[in-house]
Design a protein around this ligand. Structure first.
Ligand code: GLN
Length: 447
């Protein structure tokens, strides 16, 4: 822990942490040492973990990288934190992220962007950018992020580490600051497949505090055995045709297709007929849910309250106007619009139906194939500060990650080498619902 604390200090300019729990982490480590000596230590003894700053840890600040939560301290711990601590992990700090996890570059944080360790002029990806860089730069063993539409997988891809989004409901959402509740799913960001499997073993499973958590107990995977036998893999045909996809990203996919074929696996192109509806459907539903979830930040219950407020209505208006950033406001307005009386059927209800079609089609493909394969993102990490003028253009960057989110199936981003500039590229695999074990075994094969 002391070693990591020094390294975190040396790399403070990366801006990966919103807060480091210095003294607290040392205390935790001492207690774990005692249990190690007594032979009673848990499965994560010796593991130093960073958590995204939207995961509650009792007695510690949590901000979702928003001004509106400035000064707010968690009054209870998330199930994630409870389970990590019960197995003797040390939690070293809370990581920078996009405000309320809305974004894909970590540039929407009240605390500023996170720098990519591979090239400090570039973004970390997002929204779990701080978590990904903390692992990439060796500031902790592993980190926990949350993934609503790609926020564990895409920053993992940009940083050359592993990011797993489990099946929706696999890990309890209790104590995670909600963005879009029917999508939100936490996941580990790690350097190795075995660490991802170990963290999933500890975090997964039913929880009385989250009715959407999968009720069937999770069978711990234990040591990851590399997949045996020949697999059937569908690669997304459009990923190689899509004009918006970077040439080196396409080449990375092609190389993997050829490698798998050479080793006797069946790899076939499969078109996804709803591809162009993925991003619009995701953004209608996610913003609708966000507009409802973020209604609780009213200047009364949590964090920031405007000093200029004079009555109840101005408390709401001014606290929210001053407390939320631009992108969060945009999404609250968009979500409120798609839920409003005159437009509900045209947008929200329609998007729900399209989501069902996307789920069905994805499941059909995953019944015929063991895995789907595609890039995690259409391009590698881009330069900091090149914020898209048009938000729709940046939303389109999520084209490859939102399918697994809409369908609720597990997906992983694996480091797949670097481009010519030395920037990491990510390869994504999707598996059937509940198929984490198979996914991790097959992932091991790539690394
Ligand atoms: N980039 C996506 C969004 O902004 C995904 C974010 C996430 O998964 N939290 O909604």
């Amino acid at each position: 822990v002391a070693g990591y604390l020094n390294r975190i200090k040396a790399y403070a300019h990366l801006n990966a942490f919103n807060e480091v729990f210095d003294a607290d982490a040392i205390e935790q480590a001492k207690a774990v040492d005692t249990r190690i000596k007594a032979g009673t230590a848990g499965k994560l003894a010796g593991m130093v973990i960073a958590i995204k700053d939207n995961i509650c840890f009792k007695g510690h600040k949590v901000s979702a990288s928003s001004k509106i939560l400035e000064g707010f301290t968690s009054i209870y711990s998330s199930t994630i934190v409870e389970r990590l601590l019960a197995e003797d992990a040390v939690i070293i700090g809370r990581c920078n992220c996009d405000e309320f996890a809305m974004g894909g570059a970590n540039e929407n944080s009240y605390y500023g962007p996170v720098k990519n360790y591979a090239d400090e002029t570039r973004v970390s990806g997002g929204s779990s950018g701080g978590s990904a860089v903390a692992v990439q730069a060796g500031l902790c063993h592993a980190a926990i992020g949350t993934d609503t539409g790609g926020s564990v997988r895409q920053p993992a891809a940009f940083c050359g580490v592993i990011g797993l989004k489990p099946t929706y409901g696999r890990i309890s959402r209790h104590g995670i600051i909600a963005y879009a509740s029917s999508f939100d799913q936490a996941g580990p960001i790690t350097q190795s497949v075995s660490d991802a499997a170990l963290l999933l073993d500890v975090l997964a499973g039913p929880d009385n505090y989250d009715s959407t958590a999968i009720q069937t107990p999770y069978q711990p995977q234990g040591e990851v055995k590399p997949a045996s036998g020949k697999k059937k893999i569908a690669y997304l045909k459009e990923a190689l045709e899509n004009e918006g996809t970077d040439a080196e990203v396409k080449a990375m996919l092609t190389t993997n297709i050829e490698k798998l074929r050479a080793e006797g696996h069946t790899v076939e192109p499969v078109g996804f007929e709803y591809l162009e509806y993925l991003v619009p459907t995701y953004y209608i539903l996610a913003t609708a849910e966000a507009s409802s979830n973020l209604a609780r930040f009213d200047g009364v219950h949590y964090g920031y309250r405007s000093a200029n407020a004079t009555d109840l209505v101005s408390t709401y208006k001014l606290s929210r106007s001053e407390g939320f950033g631009k992108e969060v406001k945009r999404r609250i307005m968009l979500g409120t619009f798609v839920l409003s009386a005159g437009y509900y059927d045209a947008y929200y209800a329609k998007a729900q139906k399209v989501r069902r079609l996307i789920q069905q089609k994805t499941n059909e493909i995953l019944e015929q194939y063991d895995f789907m394969m595609m890039p995690t993102a259409p391009e590698p990490a881009f330069k900091i500060g090149l914020e898209e003028k048009d938000p729709v253009v940046s939303y389109l960057h999520d084209i490859f990650t939102v399918q697994a989110s809409l369908a609720g199936v597990p997906a992983i981003s694996l480091p797949a080498g670097n481009n010519i500039k030395g920037l990491p590229l990510g390869l994504q695999l999707l598996a059937k619902q509940y198929g984490e074990k198979e996914l991790l075994e097959f992932s091991d094969y790539f690394l």
